[in-house]
Design a binder for this molecule. Structure first.
Ligand SMILES: NC(=O)c1ccc[n+]([C@@H]2O[C@H](COP(=O)([O-])OP(=O)(O)OC[C@H]3O[C@@H](n4cnc5c(N)ncnc54)[C@H](O)[C@@H]3O)[C@@H](O)[C@H]2O)c1
Ligand SMILES: N[C@@H](CC=O)C(=O)O
Length: 497
């Protein structure tokens, strides 16, 4: 497929490409005339422009979400469910257009983008159904003549701030939960990937989600986030992004005591036991490292291999890595697209340089083969140590670092030697080792002998500085619900009280 200059000409439905914010059911430009270009990371070409809203326009979005909350919360759960299912169906019906938009603005290969559209839609279906199951409790009463229980009520307006690496699914995993709970939402997508969010808004409108219920605001990130955090009427803040920005938003939300959910950075260990077939483990590690060109919070950052199979593992890893193709995600069979921008490439190069200067070995990774300014060829480093940035930082790039270990105690200490605690991978068939590692690893998610671990039924989230709260699963909707306890006294003789 040839890259067209105008994004809309590539779509079956050009109305999915919107260059406005979406507030109170209206496509909105910025009153101050400020706007930003959005670039295709593969080519550097500008795809379009988005407005930066002024402070009074952000407040107008809060006014709209506040007014809409009254009616949205009053719908029955099954009525909200119907609208969410309509949204789900429209997302899937427009899968190809949404995938093209995503590949153009984010860079991931088109098949991966299609996969993300399906993944994103799956959260909408999940929460459409979960909204019908927000049960309260009956509490055996200790108070004479009283009935006790709880109700689940929507919190109010939820501000949802999302990253660029999964421009669609990180929105739906939050928004579908909030909307199903009866909350209204204000989405602030990453400036690098706003068009997926705006296409979702167009489809939400077509699905019959009323004006003011789903809003997308755009603007200078720190400015917009500060305004949303300061707003008393915004009751919940759900953020996915870096730990650095997550800390900042947590601090800013303190003044209004918001419900805060944070899905932050990861630094996943990938542990390979001595009993593993080195080839099987190496192929799995390549899959866990290089999806989304390493720009994934679940990416296997530190690959910890038992010393008895280390050399064979490295050989197979290098062989598998050499077969990966790097290029424009719209063109042909590509495994890795570009990084999001030049700063990401510079950061990756600096991390590799740091590792080499501290004694790591470069097994493979020739940057002269990169097909463009924002591309970074996969790198394999061995002899990685805790002193190196590649160990300490989330590299968010196709840079794999391998370290040998001697025994379970050593690998547990190595794996936990990080401020992060999102996900860990364990590859071994020894059931005792599996149980030991499962219990000892300080991570919110541990995946044993499987690269794939996510999906709607899963309580996704991290411990330590990888976050607060869980998204998805049967508890994901609780992030947007308040428990109201009631005591109905003076009932006379209440049987069983
Ligand atoms: N745990 C998860 O579920 C998960 C999922 C995806 C991505 N991530 C993490 O996201 C990070 C990559 O995404 P990113 O680079 O977009 O993160 P980021 O923190 O730079 O940006 C995330 C969002 O915050 C906004 N933002 C940026 N600077 C801000 C500021 N100073 N004040 C307020 N808002 C600001 C951005 O515009 C964007 O909308 C990685 O750390 C990755 O691990 C985590
Ligand atoms: N792959 C993760 C997103 C992290 O960047 C997910 O499935 O949520």
């Amino acid at each position: 497929m040839k890259l067209a200059r105008t994004l809309s000409t590539m779509l079956d439905d050009p109305r999915l490409f919107r260059q406005y914010a979406y507030v109170d059911g209206q496509w909105t430009h910025g009153d101050g005339g400020r706007e930003e270009a959005v670039f295709d990371p593969a080519t550097g070409e500008a795809l379009g422009h988005i407005p930066w809203l002024e402070a009074h326009q952000i407040r107008a979005a809060v006014d709209a979400a506040d007014a809409a909350f009254v009616h949205w919360r009053a719908l029955r759960a099954d009525e909200r469910c119907e609208r969410l299912l309509a949204w789900h169906d429209l997302i899937l019906a427009n899968r190809e257009d949404l995938a093209i938009i995503m590949t153009l603005e984010q860079g991931k290969p088109l098949p991966d983008a299609r996969g993300e559209v399906e993944y994103g839609a799956s959260f909408v279906r999940w929460f459409a159904e979960e909204g019908k199951r927000t049960f309260g409790e009956t509490i055996p009463s200790h108070i004479p003549s009283a009935a006790l229980g709880t109700l689940k009520e929507p919190l109010g307006i939820a501000a949802l701030i999302t990253p660029w690496n999964f421009p669609l699914a990180m929105i739906t995993r939050k928004a579908a939960a909030a909307l199903a709970a009866g909350c209204t939402v204000i989405v602030k997508p990453a400036g690098e990937t706003p068009f997926s969010a705006l296409a979702l808004a167009e489809l939400a409108e077509r699905a019959g989600i009323p004006a003011g219920v789903f809003n997308v605001v755009l603007g200078e990130p720190a400015e917009v986030s500060k305004l949303l955090c300061a707003e008393e009427r915004v009751k919940a803040l759900s953020f996915t992004g870096s730990t650095r920005v997550g800390r900042l938003l947590l601090e800013q939300s303190a003044a209004t005591v918001k419900r805060v959910s944070l899905e932050l950075g990861g630094n996943a260990p990938f542990i390979v036991g001595p009993d593993m077939d080195p080839k099987e483990a190496a192929f799995a590690a390549v899959a866990a490292k290089f999806q989304t060109a390493g720009q994934d919070c679940l990416a296997a950052n530190r690959i910890l291999v038992h010393e008895s199979i280390h050399d064979a593992f490295v050989e197979h890893f290098a062989e598998r890595m050499a077969a990966l193709t790097v290029g424009n995600g719209l063109e042909g069979e590509v495994d890795l697209g570009p990084l999001i921008h030049r700063q990401a490439v510079d950061k990756a190069a600096a991390i590799v340089d740091d590792a080499l200067s501290r004694g790591a070995t470069l097994v493979a990774g020739d940057q002269s083969a990169a097909p463009g300014a924002n591309f970074f060829m996969p790198v394999l480093l061995t002899g990685v140590t805790p002193q190196m940035k590649v160990w300490r930082e989330e590299n968010f790039a196709p840079v794999a670092g391998v370290t040998a270990y001697a025994d379970d105690e050593e690998v547990i200490a190595m794996a936990n030697d990080t401020e992060y605690g999102l996900a860990a991978y364990v590859y071994t068939h020894d059931i005792r080792r599996i149980w030991k590692l499962l219990r000892a690893l300080e991570y919110g998610m541990v995946s044993v002998n499987s690269v794939k671990m996510t999906g709607p039924p899963v309580p996704f989230g991290g411990v330590k500085q990888s976050g607060l709260g869980r998204e998805g699963g049967i508890t994901g909707i609780d992030e947007y619900l308040e428990t109201k306890y009631y005591c109905l006294g003076g009932l006379g003789s209440v049987s069983g009280s």
